[in-house]
Design a protein around this ligand. Sequence first.
Ligand SMILES: C[S@@+](CC[C@H](N)C(=O)[O-])C[C@H]1O[C@@H](n2cnc3c(N)ncnc32)[C@H](O)[C@@H]1O
Length: 422
Amino acid sequence: MKCNDYSLTYQGKKNKEEILIEPTFSLIELTKIELNKNDNWFNKIIWGDNIDALRNLITAFRNSVTLVYIDPPFATNETFKNRFQNHAYNDLLTGAEYIEFIRERLILLKELLSDNGSIYVHLDNKMIFEIKIIMDEIFGSDNFRNCITRKKCNRKNYTKNQYGNISDYILFYTKTSNYVWNRPSDKWSEEDVLREFPCIEESTGRRFKKVPIHAPGIRNGETGKPWKGLMPPSGKHWQYTPAKLDELDNKGEIYWSPNGNPRRKHYYDEKNALPVQDIWLDFKDITNQNTVMTGYPTEKNAFLIDRIIEASSNENDLVLDCFSGSGTTVARAEHLNRKWISIDIGLLSIKTTIQRLTEGSRSLKDIFEKNEPTLFPINDNPERLKHNCEILYVSNMEKEGILDLQDYLNLKEEIYPLAYAM
Ligand SMILES: C[S@@+](CC[C@H](N)C(=O)[O-])C[C@H]1O[C@@H](n2cnc3c(N)ncnc32)[C@H](O)[C@@H]1O
């Protein structure tokens, strides 16, 4: 990793050695859901402060996590409730205290990442710039891959004298330059196909567009020579050698205009996948009445998480989210057959994640109309637990009401016997 010649200075910034210490508290197992006795791996839902949970995990999982996605508090100075007005979490750290809170966790997460691993950090415009510098320090600016802009909502009727804010950001870093990458692609819309590939080849019916076969700059070699008696336009050269151009022409892949200008044919059927770029417009927060959600505040779009998981991990790889909220990352990891670890400090988050993985999410209509929730048949829940899972807590949570969680799990065991009894 190349060392940067810049860093962020603020009060209370600790040495790395003060952060990478042995855990103060331990992880205690509360219950295990064993769905497959032949599999000795258990996915993990951990209740507690992620600083302690991560320090504990480092012993067993150093260099083992292929993908980290985190969506931490954004320094909004607000408290958040779910759709039923239950307290979810506080987001009260700001300034240097916030930066150091995130930095400590990032330093621990780097220890857990495998050499081919990636980390995605979701933030908004409040702290993205500060955390970008912190991530450059920790992961190296040469391991910075993208700052993805996500459209989070539709156009708003903004009353402030500034531009409406409809975006947030995801910083994408890798641990090294050799990382898991399954290039994601978009499909062309019908409208775009018609616009981009307006020509149809008479003999085959294939759609194509015409592109120049010359490029700027004079060349003295083969590509500067005449082809079929034609010189490249002045100041330009052929993109291919005359021999290659002959080959393309013989295959019918050169279009000749009525006045004898050659162009290359680019066929739609050879280019039907569009590599995804760094502005994502299709993963807005959930607002559509037809979708399902948990009702947890700031729940992220499941398909946004699918894209990240599919691009930066393979089946059976380990995915970790230590600000798990409603459990979107791990529910999608379960759906996509990845191993996973979920950590959150909030009891509501733990309950919501368990509910999501057993009963499923609810229809938004039920939530808005305060109806009794529609219970989806367990087998219809795409995020339903299919693999073994254990629920753990950080030992200092005992005083915070572990009994409450135990009661909840007992209740679940009665209500969702299917998910527990297979
Ligand atoms: C923005 S929400 C995450 C939402 C999530 N991405 C989703 O789709 O539901 C942030 C979460 O971080 C959790 N959190 C905040 N501080 C934490 C800490 N120190 N340790 C573990 N979790 C923490 C909060 O309880 C909250 O659930």
